[in-house]
Design a protein around this ligand. Structure first.
Ligand code: FES
Ligand code: FE2
Length: 371
């Protein structure tokens, strides 16, 4: 039975109301997000360096679905549900390297390409079919050196959903193939995942809430561009990052601020200054809580002084500023005094325009089959 969750969303942002508060607070919305968004879309799993040689693997969760990503002897990266086809024990934990996958329960073994290898006495059972006892695959796509997983066998490929995006990002950061994970931070946030994404998709609040950020960015040139399944936010920079603002630039350095959000939960930021990427991804952790990860990719494992400066700024200033905002909004969404609101949009799509948030809400409602 379809639960009534009425909304006043309109395709025209000028006439539309935002997603109603129960989409951010209810168990029902959380269940719908799981089934219709997270089980059907491309979810970020990690950088290809995590499986750089045959046998390397890592596991991760999409809600209650435990997934393994493993590189085969043929150098192909594959994904499987992390479950044994015998009686359902989980096969791998964490990350590591194996030549063969052995189930911890009754020691069936599987090849790195998911094929059944051995199980004691299985040949004594009638009609035992090795092919029926392989690991169940999930779809994997490598995009910008990042691994994405999709549990929907029918889903369009990422390249098809986001045409031209990989080329655009690569043209802005030619050093992309040399980047490595330098630092990772985890935040528990008392807010629904969509609330965190909403906040990421507009800079209307930057003037009010991020005094240091607006010193770095030329807000007059700030533009928010929506595409079918991604949104870019771009701006000229006023200088280099934070304390290094007066340091001399070299030719390799990036002179603009670029941010890309990829439906549903991944964001990539390119800050002015030395080559690097910040990946932000959000994992729902209940109807009203989520986990945010920030990953800093630089040309060296050990961040440079400028990299450290950037990490410190993101960790101590920018992210806490945003977390305070979204947690307050989450409490507000539970208020009996609030249901939905209006989008502030302007035709020039400037820094204060919230059409990116409107676009995201349209994607949510389409995924949930509500429009
Ligand atoms: S559950 Fe894996 S071998 Fe039995
Ligand atoms: Fe912000």
């Amino acid at each position: 039975m379809k639960v009534e969750m009425p909304h006043r969303y309109k395709v025209d942002a000028q006439e539309s109301y935002t997603l109603p508060s129960d989409y951010y607070t209810s168990e029902e919305a959380h269940r719908m997000d799981k089934e219709k968004v997270f089980y059907k879309n491309w979810i970020y799993a990690g950088h290809i360096e995590k499986v750089d040689v045959p046998g390397k693997y890592f596991t991760f969760q999409i809600f209650d679905q435990n997934i393994m990503v493993v590189k085969g002897k043929d150098n192909v990266i594959r994904g499987f549900y992390n479950v044994c086809p015998h009686r359902g024990h989980e096969l791998l934990e964490g990350e590591g390297k194996k030549t063969v996958i052995t189930c911890p329960y009754h020691a069936w073994t599987f090849r790195l390409d998911g094929q059944f290898n051995r199980g004691r006495a299985v040949d004594q059972i009638k009609n035992f079919n090795h092919d029926e006892s392989c690991l169940t695959p999930v779809r994997i796509e490598v995009f910008l050196n990042f691994i994405f997983v999709n549990l929907d066998p029918e889903a369009k490929s990422l390249q098809e959903m986001m045409p031209g995006l990989e080329e655009e990002i690569r043209s802005n950061i030619p050093q992309l193939d040399g980047l490595t994970l330098s630092h990772r931070i985890k935040y528990d946030i008392k807010a629904n995942w969509k609330n965190v994404i909403d906040n990421y998709l507009e800079c209307h609040h930057c003037q009010v809430a991020h005094p240091q950020f607006i010193e770095l960015i030329d807000m007059k040139s700030y533009k928010v561009n929506t595409h079918d399944y991604y949104i870019s936010q771009t701006s000229n920079s006023k200088g280099k990052l934070v304390c290094n603002a007066n340091a001399e630039a070299n030719d390799e350095e990036i002179e603009t601020y670029l941010s890309y959000w990829l439906w549903p939960t991944l964001a990539i930021d390119i800050m002015p200054g030395e080559a690097g990427l910040i990946v932000m991804y959000i994992e729902p952790n209940g109807p009203e809580s989520s986990i945010e990860y920030l990953e800093f990719y630089y040309l060296t494992k050990e961040p440079s002084e400028e990299g450290l400066e950037n990490i410190k700024y993101q960790d101590e200033v920018l992210t806490p500023e945003d977390i305070t905002l979204v947690e307050s909004v989450q409490r507000g969404l539970r208020s009996k005094g609030y249901v939905d609101g209006r989008y502030v949009v302007d035709n020039e799509r400037t820094s204060i325009s919230e059409h990116g948030v409107h676009h995201f809400h349209g994607l949510v409602l389409k995924a949930l089959e509500r429009i």
